[in-house]
Design a protein around this ligand. Structure first.
Ligand SMILES: Nc1ncnc2c1ncn2[C@@H]1O[C@H](COP(=O)(O)OP(=O)(O)OP(=O)(O)O)[C@@H](O)[C@H]1O
Ligand SMILES: Cc1ncc(COP(=O)(O)O)c(N)n1
Length: 273
C-alpha cells in the first residue's frame, strides 16, 4: 500500500484563515501530507488584527495530542502559538511520550498587529522544555532577539544568535529575514551547528504577509515528514512561501493572507511544460 505521510500541528486557530492551524493544514495539504491538529487557543482574528484570544485548558491540549499519538501517529510535528508555560510543558511531555521526531518549533510570540500570542513568562519554558526537543527552530528576527537576549542588526549578529540558539539544544536554526526590510532580498539563514547556509529570494513589495512565518514552518514540517533532509526542506519552504507571497489574493481590508495554492499552480506549469 502507498505510504501516507502525516504531520501534526500544535497551534492556535486563526479565524481569518491566513495564519495558525489554518495556514498549517492548507500547507500540509498542498504538499501532499495528511494534516492533523491539536488546538492550543482560539483567536478571533482577521486581516485587520486580533480581536480576541481564548486559550484552551492544558487538559484539552493534552487530550488532543493523546488522541493522535495513540492512533494515527505523526511523521513530523510543528508547534506554533503555544500561549503559556503550562501548555508548553504539556506539549513537550507528549512529544517525549510518543517519541516523535522531526519537531519544527515556530516560536510565535506576537502577531503582526502587535497582539501577544505567548505570555512573557513562557519564554523560559520554551527555551528549557521545548527547544532541547526541536529538530528545527524558525524565529523571525524579533523572536530571535527575545530568545537570545541580544540585538540583531547585521548578518554577523544573526550568525551569533543562531549559535546561541543551537547551544540550547536545537539541531538546526533558521533565522528568517522577512523583517530585514531595508534589503532588496529576503534572506533566511540556516545553521546546522557547523556551517551557515543562506536561502535568498527577491523581496516582494506587498502588505499581504499575514501568516508567512506559519506557512514557511509548515512547509518545512511537511517536507521533513516525507523524508527530506533539513536543507532540502528549507529550500522547498522558501520556494513555497515566495510563490504564496508573489501571487497575492488581495482579500480583507488589512494585511491579507498569502496564497497557499500558488506553489502547486507554479509547479504544474513547469511539470506540464
Ligand atoms: N516581502 C517578502 N518578500 C519575500 N519573502 C518574504 C517577504 N516577507 C517575508 N518573506 C519570507 O517569508 C518567510 C517568513 O519570514 P518572516 O520573517 O516574515 O516570518 P514571520 O515574521 O515569522 O512571519 P509572520 O509573523 O508574518 O507569520 C521567510 O522565508 C521570509 O524570507
Ligand atoms: C493563531 C496564530 N498563530 C500565529 C500567528 C502569527 O502570524 P502573523 O505574525 O502573520 O500574524 C497568528 N497571527 N495567529
Amino acid at each position: 500500500m502507498k505510504k501516507v505521510y502525516k504531520a501534526l500541528t500544535i497551534a492556535g486557530s486563526d479565524s481569518g484563515g491566513g495564519a495558525g492551524i489554518q495556514a498549517d493544514l492548507k500547507t500540509f495539504q498542498e504538499l501532499k501530507v495528511f494534516g492533523m491538529s491539536a488546538l492550543t487557543a482560539v483567536t478571533a482574528q482577521n486581516t485587520l488584527g486580533v480581536q480576541g484570544v481564548y486559550p484552551l485548558s492544558v487538559e484539552a491540549v493534552k487530550q488532543q495530542i493523546e488522541s493522535i499519538g495513540t492512533d494515527l501517529g505523526a511523521d513530523a510535528v510543528k508547534t506554533g502559538m503555544l500561549f503559556s508555560s503550562e501548555i508548553i510543558q504539556a506539549v513537550a511531555e507528549k512529544i517525549k511520550q510518543f517519541g516523535w521526531k522531526n519537531i519544527v518549533v515556530d516560536p510565535v510570540m506576537i502577531a503582526k498587529g502587535g497582539a501577544p500570542l505567548l505570555q512573557d513568562e513562557a519564554v523560559s519554558a520554551l527555551k528549557n522544555d521545548l527547544l532541547p526537543l526541536a529538530t528545527v527552530i524558525t524565529p523571525n528576527i524579533p523572536e530571535a532577539e527575545v530568545l537570545t537576549a541580544m540585538t540583531i542588526r547585521t548578518l554577523e549578529d544573526r550568525q551569533k544568535a543562531a549559535k546561541r540558539l543551537h547551544e540550547l539544544g536545537v539541531k538546526y536554526v533558521v533565522i528568517k529575514g522577512g523583517h530585514d526590510e531595508g534589503e532588496s532580498e529576503a534572506v533566511d539563514l540556516l545553521y546546522d551547528g557547523e556551517e551557515f547556509s543562506y536561502f535568498k529570494s527577491k523581496r516582494v513589495k506587498t502588505k499581504h504577509t499575514h501568516g508567512t512565518g506559519c506557512t514557511f514552518a509548515a512547509a518545512i514540517t511537511a517536507e521533513l515528514a516525507k523524508g527530506s533532509n533539513v536543507k532540502e526542506a528549507v529550500q522547498t519552504a522558501k520556494d513555497f512561501i515566495q510563490a504564496a507571497i508573489e501571487n497575492e489574493l488581495g482579500i480583507g481590508h488589512g494585511h491579507g493572507p498569502t496564497n497557499h495554492w500558488a506553489y502547486r499552480e507554479k509547479k504544474s506549469v513547469y511539470e506540464n511544460g
